[in-house]
Write a protein that binds this ligand. Sequence first.
Ligand SMILES: Cc1ncc(COP(=O)(O)O)c(C=O)c1O
Length: 451
Amino acid sequence: MKAEEIKAQILDLTEEYYKEVFAKETDFAPGDRIGYSGRIFNEKDMKNLVSSALEFWLTSGHYTEEFEKKLSEYLGVKYCSMVNSGSSANLAAFMALTAEELGERRIVPGDEVITVAAGFPTTVAPIVQYGAVPVFLDVTVREGNIDVSKLEEAVTDKTKAVVLAHTLGNTFDIALVKTICEKYRLWLIEDNCDALGSEYQYQGEWKKTGSFGDISTCSFYPPHHITTGEGGAVCTNDIKLHRLINSFRDWGRECWCKPGVDNTCKQRYTGQFGEMPKGYDHKYIYSHFGYNLKATDLQASVGCSQIEKLPGFVEKRRENWSYLYAGLKSLEDVLLLPEKTPNSNPSWFGFLMSVQEGCGYTRDGLADYLERHNIQTRYLFAGNLIKQPCFNEMRNKKQGYRVVGKLDNTDFIMTHSLWIGVYPGMNKAKLDYMIACIYAYFKRECPSTPS
Ligand SMILES: Cc1ncc(COP(=O)(O)O)c(C=O)c1O
């Protein structure tokens, strides 16, 4: 009983501490820093984190299970595996598709995987690391997503999968991508790291992104829609893929006991695997060359309370995006504004803008102007991944990857585009200030602020 009382006191004090240190809102004054994103948390998140610390379990446990259940319910998928980052999620998702258990559909080195070069590097990294061949298609500038017009042309008898992110929350053309995947029996990995809460209408039904691919991934790094600090998740509706994902996450092992639990299968000492002696401890049987990508309950505990706030966060991101769009609309002759994919309701990660060619202004100039006015900006991640130093060797040898068509829009985004924040930490004053600064850069008078 004493322990419970102490815990209650600690949690009360945690709430008090939160209110004292973090809960005080200060009014925005022009010139104050406006981040492109940031963690939004309350006393519930801090209390969950402290509760988990007091349990001192430290690896994945009951909070992880609860979080996985809540996230799979939210997305409308059957299975969810928490991991320690979005990059780990992409790694586990891809490696699951290389498993021997998948027979002729398994990805082997030299097989091709269709993706885009305008995005985040760790969507593509597992493909390269495994020795499969990324096949790059161009993107469309305003949507920032794969230009599907050449998708079918990119498919060869070596193609095994399509791996794509929903750029800055805007969904790629799921209907067309799924049609091609089904026609050629290709796996689809949906990198949902920047799009948690986005919706897409498919065959008359609105569903969350992250539920369309064979596997989908999430990131909970602080700028993302919800945060666990470091953290990610891999989701699927397929039990076989789920077991493979968990195996690659958990050292490549065959057994599916949770941390700290033995003999879930009740046949721990009776099986025969590979050329191991019959009855060799199932806990130490390895079906795959895996990793340890598990997250901890400390992270999951925060996820459990963050996810309750997610619907509100998503609404706020949509509102902020629409407000910026309305406010910047009359700059369209100098600034290309983002465009929502048809049949989608994005949960925006950011507001993408491209400075029009030949208008006398530049993206770098705009970024510099905004940063000097304390507005944080971001380029679209890696720009054209093929031009990054990590690609030097492959690019110089012209091997290990393929490009279908030209990557003109990818290059355009690399040189003309940037994005600013729409996260729930924005308010009208900050949005108005960002709009006013963008008008000022283009030496235009800012019209009265949109309502
Ligand atoms: C599209 C996309 N995929 C994957 C990741 C990697 O996530 P993490 O930073 O959690 O490793 C990011 C990171 O922001 C991302 O934007």
